[in-house]
Design a protein around this ligand. Sequence first.
Ligand code: NAP
Length: 287
Amino acid sequence: MIIVTGATGQLGRRVVERLLTRVPAHQIGVSVRDPGKAQAFEAQGVRVRRGDFTDAASLAHAFEGATQVLIVSVDKMGDEAVKQHRAAIDGAVAAGARRILYTSHMGASAASRFEACRDHAADEEALRACGVPFTSLRNGFHAASAAMFLGRAAQSGTLALPADGPVCWTAHEDLADAAAAILADEGRFDGPTPPLTAAQALTFDDIAALAAEITGRPITRTTVTDDEFRTQLTASGVPGVVAEQLLGIFAASRAGEFATPDPTLASLLGREPTPLATVLRDSLLKG
Ligand SMILES: NC(=O)c1ccc[n+]([C@@H]2O[C@H](COP(=O)([O-])OP(=O)(O)OC[C@H]3O[C@@H](n4cnc5c(N)ncnc54)[C@H](OP(=O)(O)O)[C@@H]3O)[C@@H](O)[C@H]2O)c1
């Protein structure tokens, strides 16, 4: 049985949907914090069990019978995230899984300027040490994050952000498709994958131009200093620690950590990955 965690989140849900097109439902299980949110999968014959990385006993139950476990990283950064991922790895090892998959990030490195990438490097160390073969999916930067930073720029006409560098913004759908393909073809990648990215790296200058083209409204991209950005964020109620994490994304992109596209995702999908323009169009025109 293939177990997928985070199956009520943006990426995990799509992985299960794609996996259902490749593997019989009774060979898929989800480990979720709230089984009530996974009823649609249960109705399709997927095994739904409660599993929380902060509760080892729940993982023993949720991972029971696992051949492979896909650990979807949690929506936080820092020591607590790494601790929870270690608990999930321990749970998968204890369940007897023969391969562990994990959603890492392009540029995962102890030397990264972005905290999440340092966390992922620590998690990959834990995977190397765990004694079970693993695949670390080095996912490109989520295109949804570009849409999040774009925010209401189409309405205000201004995109004010710190200086940035090019980023391979990559669609959730494509990353989910790739994860499902790799789960279904067990052992295709051993250790960290090449970066799984869209075909192009784009800056926020490019993104402002794309959004203007999509909406037909002019958008001026202006550069604020890191200090100004931090002050704006904290003034609008963003906790200081989160502001630093967001600034880390800009520092890392300026250093080129997310800049190099790789053809592996296209070859896994058998088609060109979704351009950022498509993701932005969906997000800008739906609301
Ligand atoms: N590559 C990138 O650019 C990028 C960008 C942002 C995030 N990420 C990483 O990729 C992950 C998946 O992205 P996403 O868009 O699917 O995020 P998401 O929708 O926030 O999903 C995160 C998932 O983690 C689960 N989770 C949180 N705490 C948990 C715990 N203690 N035990 C078990 N599960 C727990 C959540 O469960 P619930 O459904 O119960 O809330 C949720 O399903 C993120 O969590 C983050 O680590 C990557």
